[in-house]
Design a protein around this ligand. Sequence first.
Ligand SMILES: [Zn+2]
Ligand SMILES: [Zn+2]
Length: 138
Amino acid sequence: MSNSGGGLTGGCLCGGVRYRATERPMGVVNCHCGQCRRFHGHFGAYITIPRDAVAFEKQDTLSWYRSSAKAQRGFCARCGSSLFWKGDGEALLDIAAGSLDQPTSLTTLRHIHVADKADYYAIDDGLERFPEGAPEPP
Ligand SMILES: [Zn+2]
Ligand SMILES: [Zn+2]
């Protein structure tokens, strides 16, 4: 499957979860918080899209874990792929960029929660860094 033309598509490793996004995000944001680190096995790379612009073509194996008092994380219960973050009551859905079909034609925009980053790697790509969350989009 590919992303030539139209919206972005993606899914988990086993194919039990497949989605299509009808809007394109600004780009990819890398989140270095401790929760993303454990959920993804490294930092989290996410795109953010309005929830109503994401359609699930398959979600047989999609499961949600309440990772904090205000958010849930979506993953595939069969293959273990880490896929989504959604804040309670928010109109947006964060999608793990690595689950997107290639090519995405996206670029990475910034790093957030860098105050929490692990000590085994460096951030040296020159992109903007924020100690905590990103500022509100314009
Ligand atoms: Zn799967
Ligand atoms: Zn995070």
